[in-house]
Design a protein around this ligand. Structure first.
Ligand SMILES: Nc1ncnc2c1ncn2[C@@H]1O[C@H](COP(=O)(O)OP(=O)(O)O)[C@@H](O)[C@H]1O
Ligand SMILES: Cc1ncc(COP(=O)(O)O)c(C=O)c1O
Length: 273
């Protein structure tokens, strides 16, 4: 039987990110992606123009129907949540599905800045979601927000990063992967597993370009692999190498970073796992 992942995120018509990447990536990894949309956009928010349909009210009906259908999700994976109310709906949904693997991508900011829609109350609510997660995948800025550190600081030593990862885990999750850490010409991920007190870094060349949706591809791969029983080590290495390969290819073309990466050509690397 295929395992089921409830993927809670927005759906953007163009600009590969959120559900537009979670669906193909999870399918390639042979898990059933059950999309739970939070909003529907014509184009992701990096484009000069986008339409935005807020799905908040429908989310309650949607999750009630899923509850009536007695569905069991092997994993719940949450991404961008645009309001306090959405975070509350998702918290309730997680409480009702206690046996699932809970993966929270605590989307709140990037590059040392909190996104404009997030105030302190919303950040605290996201932190409460992280508390009940098994795995969280903050970028460096989000890891700092979660642990009350100064997030404009860019140059952390490896020891400081390891302490940061341990502090994120002390909030609740047993595993954390801190993404998007820049070190010299490389981009790193730091994974920490609290149960065995082990950490490791991945490091690949960084071409100085941040494409839309790489964080979503990263967390989708990790969620799919952990759901299918692979360990954190394998999942993080697979996600790091997959994105690096797609960026090597994408960078040969002169495309807008908002379009995202050309991952489709490489999905076969995931289907053969
Ligand atoms: N230019 C790049 N080259 C290689 N890998 C990248 C690049 N950009 C992102 N990645 C990979 O994708 C992961 C997630 O990217 P990140 O920028 O942290 O996501 P986001 O800001 O979209 O949440 C990084 O940790 C890294 O492994
Ligand atoms: C609605 C929306 N806009 C834009 C983005 C792109 O964000 P980034 O460029 O930080 O990956 C996302 C990513 O998930 C998104 O969901």
């Amino acid at each position: 039987m295929l395992k089921k992942v409830a993927a809670i995120n927005d759906l953007s018509g163009v600009g590969k990110c959120s559900l537009s990447v979670a669906i193909p990536i999870l399918s390639a990894l042979k898990v059933q992606c059950c999309p739970f949309p939070t909003a529907i956009l014509s184009s992701q928010t990096g484009y000069p123009e986008y339409s935005f349909f807020d799905f908040t009210n429908e989310m309650i009906t949607y999750s009630n129907v899923w509850k009536n259908l007695n569905l069991n999700f092997d994993c719940i994976y949450t991404g961008f949540l645009g309001s306090k109310y959405q975070i509350e709906i998702v918290s309730k949904f997680i409480k009702e599905n206690k046996t699932s693997l809970i993966v929270v991508d605590p989307v709140m900011g990037d590059d040392g800045l909190v996104y404009p829609v997030f105030d302190t109350e919303m950040c605290n609510k996201i932190k409460n979601l992280v508390k009940v997660s098994d795995l969280t995948t903050p970028n460096l800025t989000e890891a700092c927000i979660l642990t009350g550190r100064n997030y404009s600081k860019k140059n952390f030593t490896r020891d400081e990063l390891i302490n940061l990862a341990k502090d994120v885990c002390s909030i609740g999750p047993s595993k954390v992967v801190i993404t998007g850490i820049l070190e010299g010409d490389n981009i790193l991920n730091l994974a920490y597993d609290k149960a065995i007190d082990k950490y490791f870094f991945t490091s690949v060349k960084y071409n100085n370009c941040s494409y839309s949706g790489t964080g979503d591809i990263f967390t989708s791969i990790i969620s799919g692999l952990l759901t299918n029983g692979y360990d954190l080590n394998f999942a993080v290495i697979t996600a790091t190498n997959f994105i690096s390969k797609t960026i090597d290819y994408t960078s040969k073309f002169n495309i807008d970073r908002n379009d995202g990466v050309m991952f489709e050509k490489f999905l076969c690397d995931l289907t053969c796992i």
